[in-house]
Write a protein that binds this ligand. Structure first.
Ligand code: AMP
Length: 511
């Protein structure tokens, strides 16, 4: 029997093919029959372009119904779906295409002209376009193709997707996820979060990231139910749609923005069964305030690109603010000594969080050494998050060993930004940190040491250089100049001191 994730969910699609799958912002409704037919057409087109099992299909497009069908088409041909953040610049895309060597690259029509050369230099076989309204050569080329497609048989260990994470060394790593990884997480979350046939999920997350793509969409596919599919988070749309939704998945920023809105009340959320938060720490205060205003305790869960979801607060049972809940069934989570890897069993003891289970990826694309470094000899993956497990079994995340900054739900690895800033004429060195920000959760701040006589180099010039080379969410929201970076005896910059020194930067501005 095929263990292709598409076959697994297709076996659970509603008996009535006209049952809704997506309701778009325009009000248009696409059914499960549309899903099956359109993904089949795209699968035929991909096959004709030479895509075979194991190939990669890279995709950098705006969120749309067609983009979801493209993801499913990739699964159906046995290819690895490789979504890219729409904010990535041409230089960044060039790296991904060269590294992943996809057979096909699908991009926005407006970007195609600029990216065609990049793709051909990277050896990509074909470039297709797909716009936010579904227009482009993907849909044109697929029109008229058969609406049936024999989904390619896959084993559970076959590659289903590659999701790039930012690298601490500045190089992004492609996390290889299998059909088993997707299936195990989807089945577990579907069960654990009590999905019902009449659930309606309010979807406002990007779909190039594990949260919006796998957690949200795969749960709905497992459930055979429908989504209110919005291109992005927008409070007006939230308040319009909450009376028709039952489940919402969001990053903490969604919840802080809703709290800032007078329309957030118990009545406005009365129809909602479940609010879920993840991808970045949800402040305990946000959890409490949301509960006070609505009577709904947000369910916080924790996961990452490489592992899918790892822990979740309970559906029934106490959801404890500031914790990420219990390890998922079949997922072993432990805390270990970061250097030696020795497991720490004492409740409440702090260490690096490590994980093993069917949800854990099989390695970084073409980086066997990096992969080996991130796994312990007994198969546990080292998440790089620092945390503890309390006496009741709840997991707490304390910080990030790797100094990752999460701004508005997006990951920024300081090293990548520092590399760009350090290359600017007049810069001696920089240290990039994340500091609390009322809207983004964390904001990227660059602390920069200038060369003598380079005083003319100002904040705008640093920001400009960053904008040329980095996606917007990585560009520092503030640049602070300093005469000296604090260092420890080993010569390492002490980022904790910098974070402390600048922790009020955005609050002060607001005051
Ligand atoms: P990503 O690979 O983009 O999903 O980012 C994964 C990282 O996000 C994790 O390693 C954590 O550092 C962080 N993260 C995800 N969920 C949570 C959460 N609920 N609380 C704190 N950090 C989280």
């Amino acid at each position: 029997m095929s263990e292709n994730f598409y076959d697994i969910v297709a076996a659970r699609f509603p008996a009535n093919p006209d049952a809704p799958f997506l309701e778009l912002a325009s009000g248009a409704v696409l059914s499960y029959a549309d899903l099956a037919a359109t993904s089949a057409r795209y699968a035929h087109l991909l096959s004709e372009l030479g895509v075979v099992k194991g190939d990669r299909v890279a995709v950098q497009v705006e969120k749309s119904a067609e983009a979801v069908f493209l993801y499913l088409a990739c699964l159906r041909v046995g290819a690895a779906y490789l979504p890219l953040n729409t904010a990535y610049t041409r230089a960044e895309v060039a790296y991904f295409l060269t590294d992943a060597a996809p057979r096909v690259f699908v991009c926005a029509p407006a970007a195609a002209e600029g990216l065609r050369d990049t793709a051909s230099e990277a050896g990509v076989g074909a470039v297709l376009t797909l716009g936010a309204a579904g227009e482009g050569s993907l849909t044109d080329g697929a029109a008229g193709k058969p609406t049936d497609f024999d989904t390619v048989v896959c084993a559970s260990g076959d590659l289903a997707a590659i999701l790039y994470t930012s690298g601490t060394t500045g190089r992004s790593k492609g996390a290889m996820l299998t059909h088993r990884n997707l299936a195990s997480n989807a089945a577990t979350l579907h069960r654990l979060w009590g999905f019902q046939p009449d659930d309606v999920l309010l979807h406002m997350l990007p779909i190039f990231h594990t949260h919006g793509l796998f957690v949200a969409i795969n749960c709905v596919l497992m459930n055979g139910s429908s989504m209110l599919f919005q291109s992005k988070f927008d409070p007006d749309a939230v308040f319009r749609l909450l009376p028709r939704a039952t489940v919402m998945m969001g990053v903490p920023t969604f919840y802080t923005r809703l709290l800032a809105d007078d329309r957030l009340t118990g009545a406005a959320t009365a129809h909602m069964r479940l609010f879920i938060s993840g991808s970045a720490p949800l402040l305990a205060d946000t959890h409490r305030e949301f509960f006070e205003r609505t009577g709904k305790p947000i369910l916080e869960r924790y996961g990452m690109t490489e592992t899918g979801m790892l822990t979740s607060n309970p559906l029934s049972g106490e959801r404890i603010p500031g914790t990420v809940g219990f390890p998922l069934p079949e997922v072993s989570v432990r805390v270990a000594d970061e250097k030696t890897g020795a497991p720490i069993t004492a409740p409440g003891a702090i260490g690096v969080i490590e994980v093993k289970g069917p949800n854990v990826f099989i390695g970084y694309w073409r980086m066997p050494e990096k992969t080996a470094q991130e796994f312990r000899a007994d198969g546990y993956f080292i998440t790089g998050d620092v945390g503890k497990i309390d006496e009741r079994g709840y997991v707490h995340i304390i910080g990030r060993a790797k100094d990752l900054v999460i701004s508005g739900g997006f990951n920024v690895y300081p090293k990548e930004v520092e590399t760009v800033i350090d290359a600017i004429e007049g810069v001696v060195e920089s240290a990039v940190i994340g500091v609390p920000h009322p809207d983004f959760g964390e904001a990227v701040v660059a602390v920069v040491l200038r060369k003598p006589g380079a005083d003319a180099l100002d904040e705008a010039a640093v920001a400009r250089a960053c904008k040329e080379q980095l996606a917007n969410f990585k560009v520092p929201k503030a640049v602070v100049f300093t005469n000296e970076l604090p260092r420890n005896t080993m010569g390492k910059v002490q980022k904790n001191l910098l974070r402390d020194a600048h922790k009020d930067h955005f609050d002060k501005r607001a005051a």
